[in-house]
Design a protein around this ligand. Sequence first.
Ligand SMILES: Nc1ncnc2c1ncn2[C@@H]1O[C@H](COP(=O)(O)OP(=O)(O)OP(=O)(O)O)[C@@H](O)[C@H]1O
Length: 319
Amino acid sequence: MIEAHALRKEFTVRVRAGRLRRHKRVVTAVDGVDLRVERGEMLGYIGPNGAGKSTTLKMLTGVLTPTAGQVRVCGLEPVARRTRLALGIGVVFGQRSQLWWDLPLRDSFDLLRHIYRVPAAAHATRLRRCRDLLDLDAFLDTPVRQLSLGQRMRGELTAALLHGPQVLFLDEPTIGLDVVSRQAVRGFLAELGRTGDTTLVLTTHDLADIERLCRRLVVIDHGRVVHDGSIAALHSRYGSRRLVVAELDVVLPEPPTLPGAPLQRVEADGHRLVYALESAGVAEVVAQLAGLATLRDISIVEPDIEDVVARLYRTPHPV
Ligand SMILES: Nc1ncnc2c1ncn2[C@@H]1O[C@H](COP(=O)(O)OP(=O)(O)OP(=O)(O)O)[C@@H](O)[C@H]1O
């Protein structure tokens, strides 16, 4: 659905160099990105501020012309075939609206049906589904300007999907949403992913979105791809380890040393021991601890995606 090769975008900016003088400076926002996304994939596209995520999305959707490289979305060259491409893609930019500010949500949806020339029956089916899954009914007749951010975002998602796009681009779809709206949006996107018809490209700073929705993660930094693979692959690349947390009834004179599971921390005055799973398996570690101490509780803590991504952002990457 998406193919990009050596995609590059440079911006020329003017910077002050004295009271009246200005210098031209070239900012390379995207620096040779290769990307291939198959039908039905849900791809998380993340990176620190200014990494080039929005610029990439703008090139994929035909808003910006690449400085160099090739790009095809739904088999089309985005800038040259922008009108045609609009029928195949849906776009949600969290900070911008595609709805009519003064119209009730229902009327915006109706206008979109005419703009995209969607047959009435197909429109009704898709709208019904969004109304059910996103709980739109309570505010369908409210003008967009009176909607809360969470309600508007649900409206935006519906608006992006009513013409049945093959690819959905989402730039920060959960930004600023409260917990309930965030869950509603995530649940809806997860459902969309399960049906497997829509390809989804999602940029976000909220890594819980990625964990919940995306099996594949592309990380971009300074305009370059620095990771392309699963979240699990990222953890193994950066040596993230699962932890075994043992709560003891009685404090031991010395925390036990376990082969293949180094002790990470001793907490709660010795009542809690935290081991990292290296070469040892969970069962082995639990069995050993059970033989050495009276356990009140034991839990396994999965590696934290925030930690591993923070480590990745801090790692310098070769230019
Ligand atoms: N229109 C523009 N003119 C000049 N520079 C730009 C323009 N748009 C983006 N840039 C620069 O390109 C770089 C990448 O910006 P981009 O908006 O793609 O980053 P991002 O990864 O989406 O960041 P964020 O997470 O902060 O939204 C930044 O250095 C930014 O200042």
